[in-house]
Design a protein. Structure first.
Length: 434
C-alpha cells in the first residue's frame, strides 16, 4: 500500500477526522491531491450571519503576520459555503497527537515552546482587537514536521451568532464563562482559554511549579481576578521560571560543594606525622593537632549529596508547594548559599594567614612543646574567629564550626605535605652536623 492509498484508507475509516466548532477536520482528495479541509456543519452554512462572519474571519487571518496563523480558502456552491481548504502543509489536531503520543508533553522544551508560541500569537491578535476564545485541543492544529501549534478561525468573528452555547457545543469546558453566557469578551477570555489548555495538556501528569500558579489565576471564574493581559501572564510565567531556575542552581551548587567535601575526606591520604626530638634526644611520633581535632568531621549537608538534583527536588515535592512555601524555600536556599560563600571566603583568608605563620620555618625549628603550644593558640584563635564570623554573617554556629573544621583540615593537609623532613627537629640551635 502506497502513501496515498494509506491516507485514503485512513479517511474512509474516519481515522483522521476531528470535530471542531465549525465542523469536521479531515484530509480529502481535491484535484488528485490530498488536502486539509474543514467540512462545515450544515446547520451553520444555512445562516447568512455565519457566512458573513466566516468571510470576515478569512480576511482577519490574512492580515495576521505570524507563522502560527493558518489561512484558508472557502469552497462554495449554489447552497453556499460548505468547506474550508487550509493552506498547504501536513497538520494534525493536537488532540490526535496527544492520543498517539501522550509522552510528547514531557519532551524537553515542548511545553515552553508550545505555550510561548500561542501566547505570542494571541498577543498579536489582541492588538488587532481579535480574540480566539476556544483553545480546545481539537481546534489547535500541529505541524507534523516540528510540532508547532497553528490556529485557524477566531471566536470573536462569530460573536454575532445568537446561541454561543450551541455553536460551542461539546467544548464548553475550555471556554470562559462569559463567552457561553453571551456577555462581553476581551483578552481575559483568551487568558482563561490558554489556562484551560495548559491544564488539559498536563492531565496525565502534574503541573510543574511555574505553570501551576499561572493556571490557577488564569482560570479564575471572575475575569477581574485573572491576568489583565497576555503580557502580564507571560511576565508571571517568566518570573516563576526564573525563581525555579535560581532554586535549582542553588540546590545544585550546594550539592556540588557537599559532594566535594565528601570526596575530599573520602579520598584524601592520611597526612604523615612530623617527627620531633625532645631535649633528651628521644624521637616521638606525634600529631600535634590530634587533641584539637579528635572528632570525625560530620557533614551536615548529607541531604544534598545526591548528584541527581532532580530526584531531590521531586522528593521535597517542589511542584506541589504553595507559592508561599516555594518563595520561603527559594529565599532560604539563596540566602544560605550567599552566607556560606561569604563565611568561606573570609575564614579561608584568616586561616591561610594564621597557618602560614604556624608552619613557618621559625615554628618548625622549635621544640615539640613550643610547636604544640603555638598550634593550640592558633587553633583557638581560628575557632574564636569562626564564632565571631558566624555572628556577623548569620550562619548557624554548628554549621560555622563544621565549615571552619573543614577548611582548617584541608589547609593542614596541604601544608603538612609541603613540610621538608630534616630527619629531626630540635628545640635549640641546629648542630653543625645538621
Amino acid at each position: 500500500m502506497n502513501y496515498e492509498e494509506m491516507l485514503r484508507a485512513q479517511e474512509n475509516s474516519g481515522g483522521i477526522r476531528e470535530a471542531m466548532p465549525l465542523g469536521d477536520f479531515c484530509r480529502k482528495q481535491i484535484d488528485r491531491k490530498y488536502k486539509n479541509v474543514v467540512e462545515l456543519k450544515p446547520e451553520l452554512t444555512d445562516s447568512l450571519v455565519f457566512a458573513e462572519s466566516l468571510r470576515r474571519d478569512q480576511q482577519t487571518c490574512l492580515q495576521v503576520k505570524d507563522a502560527h496563523q493558518l489561512c484558508y480558502e472557502m469552497h462554495e456552491d449554489s447552497g453556499g459555503i460548505y468547506e474550508l481548504e487550509l493552506q498547504s502543509g501536513n497538520y494534525q489536531p493536537l488532540s490526535q497527537l496527544l492520543n498517539e503520543n501522550p509522552a510528547v508533553v514531557a519532551e524537553r522544551g515542548f511545553m515552553d515552546r508550545f505555550v510561548e508560541s500561542l501566547m505570542a500569537l494571541t498577543e498579536k491578535l489582541h492588538e488587532m482587537g481579535v480574540y480566539h476564545l476556544c483553545y480546545a485541543p481539537q481546534t489547535i492544529l500541529m505541524r507534523k514536521s516540528d510540532n508547532s501549534p497553528m490556529l485557524l478561525c477566531h471566536g470573536s468573528s462569530f460573536l454575532g451568532l445568537k446561541d454561543q452555547q450551541r455553536f460551542y457545543a461539546g467544548f464548553e469546558s475550555t471556554l470562559a464563562p462569559e463567552v457561553l453566557a453571551g456577555e462581553t469578551v476581551d483578552g481575559r477570555s483568551d487568558i482563561y482559554g490558554l489556562g484551560r489548555l495548559i491544564e488539559q495538556l498536563c492531565v496525565s501528569g502534574k503541573l510543574s511549579y511555574e505553570y501551576k500558579g499561572v493556571v490557577k489565576k488564569a482560570t479564575a471564574e471572575d475575569p477581574d481576578k485573572r491576568y489583565s493581559t497576555i503580557a502580564e501572564m507571560r511576565q508571571a510565567l517568566g518570573k516563576r521560571r526564573g525563581m525555579k531556575r535560581s532554586l535549582w542552581l542553588g540546590l545544585a551548587a550546594t550539592a556540588v560543594v557537599a559532594l566535594g567535601v565528601f570526596l575530599f575526606f573520602d579520598l584524601m591520604p592520611e597526612a604523615s606525622n612530623v617527627e620531633f626530638v625532645d631535649d633528651n634526644g628521644l624521637v616521638q611520633k606525634t600529631d600535634p593537632f590530634s587533641e584539637e581535632f579528635d572528632e570525625p568531621f560530620v557533614d551536615d549537608q548529607d541531604e544534598y549529596l545526591d548528584p541527581e538534583i532532580e530526584m531531590y527536588m521531586d522528593s521535597i515535592g517542589m511542584d506541589e508547594m504553595t507559592d508561599d512555601e516555594f518563595h520561603a524555600l527559594a529565599d532560604s536556599v539563596q540566602q544560605y548559599t550567599r552566607v556560606e560563600e561569604i563565611f568561606r571566603r573570609r575564614f579561608e583568608q584568616q586561616a591561610s594567614s594564621k597557618l602560614n605563620k604556624l608552619y613557618g620555618n621559625g615554628n618548625l625549628g622549635s621544640s615539640e612543646s613550643d610547636f604544640i603550644a603555638h598550634s593550640n593558640t592558633t587553633m583557638q584563635e581560628l575557632m574564636d574567629y569562626a564564632k565571631e564570623l558566624s555572628e556577623q554573617t548569620g550562619l548557624p554556629a554548628e554549621q560555622a564550626n563544621s565549615l571552619a573544621s573543614q577548611i582548617i583540615s584541608r589547609m593542614q593537609a596541604q601544608m603538612q605535605s609541603g613540610v621538608q623532613r630534616y630527619g629531626s627537629m630540635t628545640g635549640g640551635k641546629k648542630s653543625d652536623d645538621d
